[in-house]
Unconditional design. Structure first.
Length: 115
């Protein structure tokens, strides 16, 4: 009986230590991710500020199908996808301070920490 209580105490302590070392909040990249889009024929600019790492962002929040010219000024890596929902393989991977020309179109992006 004492062995069971001891094992239970050890297992509980271990579980508590693991949960305390895992952050309960989302980690965000620092900086902005910039892109262009058109709205009723007018060229506009959009921004994602301090995006959460590991979260997929569907960019076409306006009437356009695709956005263009990504500019990653965050401190994270941006995986840029041609499809919504960050589906499939990334169309491109942009390191911090990396850009693509306006001819480069995409629909979603996900950020990850730099190695």
């Amino acid at each position: 009986m004492r062995l069971r209580i001891t094992l239970l105490a050890v297992a509980s302590s271990f579980a508590l230590a693991l949960s305390a070392s895992t952050p309960a909040y989302a980690v965000a990249a620092e900086g902005s991710f910039l892109y262009g889009y058109t709205d009723q024929g007018e060229r506009m600019g959009g921004t994602l500020d301090n995006p959460t790492l590991g979260q997929c962002y569907n960019i076409p929040l306006v009437s356009t199908d695709y956005v263009f010219g990504p500019n990653n000024t965050t401190d994270a890596i941006a995986d840029v996808y041609e499809e919504l929902g960050c589906e499939g393989d990334p169309k491109a991977t942009l390191a911090s301070e990396e850009t693509r020309p306006d001819e480069f179109t995409f629909r979603s992006v996900m950020f990850r920490a730099t190695p």
